[in-house]
Design a protein around this ligand. Structure first.
Ligand SMILES: [Zn+2]
Length: 328
């Protein structure tokens, strides 16, 4: 048995380290006491899926921990539970919980990206779900102030229409980081790293709401932990490589015009536009392209089924190749 959080071998349920991170050390079971909730709000979210994305079709439930038991709640939620999404809307729906869990674990374990604490958990009927601990809830259960970049940029359904989450560029987010974060440079580097990670791991749904600023205990703002990381191409193959343009004019760049996708040069340009030191940007790019064997090892050892593991690996290899400057 392996830990349902971090994949550590010889563990029943969750290892002590995951228990500490997720449940403050409480011995919580990796099997919930209830069955998969029924999709009773199908119509409500179908209305939001005119642009079909994984985030649009995924049902989310709120949980809180009472003693050692995770229970569904409509207020004071400390955890978000994402079951298998409805099958008529996306491909390979039963693989979605482990896809998100695996991608979040790769980001954190191999690339040291701070991510929302997360694990796989099972309903009483055996169906898997993805569980993540809300990082905006303080130990005393009050909340840290948090705003996503749709809110920060004033992009709403009313102002920008149904696709408001996709109206903007990663460069725009960078500029907003600069104007909202006092010592912005390390935050900007972290942001760039996540944008690049999303590209390499085929997360085509990293829109304005998937990046947030959160208040720290000292009252200033910083980039929140990463969340909603997954290889979305497995579920929505028609989706673009990135949810947002990298910067204005990226499609018109020489590299994109020639190859039809972004390469190293486009990410270097983004880095320059958001004020990163070129040498630091290069280091970040190289670090994310490294660890290929470790990445493949984690995918192979994941709970994805064989077909999905192959697809995940192919998507990853395809992206890595795009950075090989000798090939282009
Ligand atoms: Zn663990």
């Amino acid at each position: 048995m392996r830990c349902s959080g971090c994949y550590t071998e010889n563990t029943e349920g969750y290892c002590s380290s995951c228990r500490k991170k997720l449940f403050d050390g409480k011995k919580v079971s990796n099997v919930l006491l209830f069955d998969t909730p029924q999709a009773d709000n199908l119509i409500a979210y179908q209305e939001q899926t005119k642009r079909l994305s994984i985030s649009g079709v995924q049902l989310k439930y709120s949980l809180k921990l009472i003693g050692k038991e995770l229970v569904l709640t409509d207020r004071g939620g400390e955890y978000i539970l994402k079951p298998i999404p409805p099958s008529m809307l996306i491909a390979l729906p039963d693989q979605a919980p482990e896809n998100e869990h695996l991608t979040m674990q790769i980001a954190n374990q191999l690339f040291k990206i701070p991510v929302a604490d997360n694990a796989l958990i099972y309903f009483k009927d055996g169906a898997p779900a993805y569980i993540t601990r809300r990082f905006d809830v303080k130990p005393d259960r009050t909340k840290y102030l948090q705003e996503d970049f749709a809110q920060i940029s004033g992009s709403t359904k009313k102002s920008k229409g149904d696709n408001y989450k996709y109206e903007g560029t990663y460069e725009d987010i960078g500029k907003l980081i600069k104007s909202n974060v006092a010592a912005y440079m390390p935050v900007m580097e972290s942001f760039f790293k996540v944008v690049l990670f999303n590209y390499i791991f085929s997360n085509g749904d990293a829109h304005l709401k998937n990046f947030s600023l959160i208040q720290t205990d000292f009252g200033d703002y910083t980039l929140s932990k990463a969340y909603d990381l997954m290889c979305t191409v497995l579920h929505t193959s028609l989706e673009g490589d990135t949810a947002l343009d990298l910067y204005t004019g990226d499609i018109e760049s020489e590299f994109y015009q020639k190859h039809g996708f972004f390469g190293r040069t486009n990410f270097e340009t983004l880095a320059e536009k958001i004020g990163l030191i070129p040498l630091r940007a290069k280091k970040i790019i190289d670090s994310l392209l490294g660890k290929e064997n470790e990445v493949l090892g984690m995918i192979d050892g994941s709970l994805l089924n064989e077909e999905t593991r192959h697809k995940y690996i192919n998507a990853y290899r395809d992206k890595i190749k795009r950075f090989d400057t000798t090939a282009y």
